[in-house]
Design a protein around this ligand. Structure first.
Ligand code: MN3
Length: 201
């Protein structure tokens, strides 16, 4: 069995002007494709060939650096594309809004804390909103690690993630990671974030 790159769930230009089409073309078609190709190479002919991506990611730390980087890369990007949508953003409602208010005090305080997690991740990595033991928490991971990995510093079920690698924003925002993170809020698909939270609780 080998993994394949699924098409984006929307057009490359659908997240304009917040995330530009050229970035989406390169990020999905080149970066994500490379994670898929290198993951397939890393598991070819091994006992991990029939594992699911979730199994590979969970155990990545004890399998190999190639599976950790590329399996993480494949899982994280698939999750990331689905976390965004055109005509999305705004404010969450219902159970998700209640859980955010209860964990962080307010939606604005939550956004500030999540943006801060992205800003303070040195080098490449991700900021995450996770469900951990029944409540919401914010954390970040280096490189292509994620909170599902047994080796993660903070473990939990991700319900929202934002890629803070330079390849995610440099074409449009150059060195201004803060501007990219501010724009990200305009494309978050709160419907799917709420579905993920309910499934994880
Ligand atoms: Mn990326």
């Amino acid at each position: 069995m080998s993994f394949t790159l699924a098409p984006l769930p929307y057009a490359h230009e659908a997240l304009e002007p917040h995330i530009d089409a050229q970035t989406m073309h390169i990020h999905h078609g080149k970066h994500h494709q490379a994670y898929v190709d290198n993951l397939n190479k890393a598991i070819a002919g091994t006992t991990h060939e029939s594992a699911t991506i979730e199994e590979l990611v969970k155990n990545a730390g004890s399998i190999s650096p190639a599976v950790r980087n590329n399996g993480g890369g494949h899982w994280n990007h698939t999750f990331f594309w689905a976390s965004m949508a055109p005509n999305a953003g705004g404010t969450p409602s219902g159970k998700l809004a209640d859980a955010i208010n209860s964990a962080f005090g307010s939606f604005d305080a939550f956004k500030e804390k999540m943006s801060q997690a992205g800003m303070t991740r040195f080098g490449s990595g991700w900021a995450w909103l996770i469900v951990k033991e029944g409540t919401l928490e914010i954390c970040s991971t280096p490189n292509q690690d994620n909170p599902l990995m047994e080796i993660a510093e903070v473990k939990g079920t991700p319900i929202l993630g934002v890629d803070v690698w330079e390849h995610a924003y440099y074409l449009k925002y150059q060195n201004k990671r803060a501007d990219y993170l501010a724009a990200f809020w305009n494309v978050v698909n709160w419907t799917i974030v709420q579905e993920r939270m309910i499934a994880a609780l």
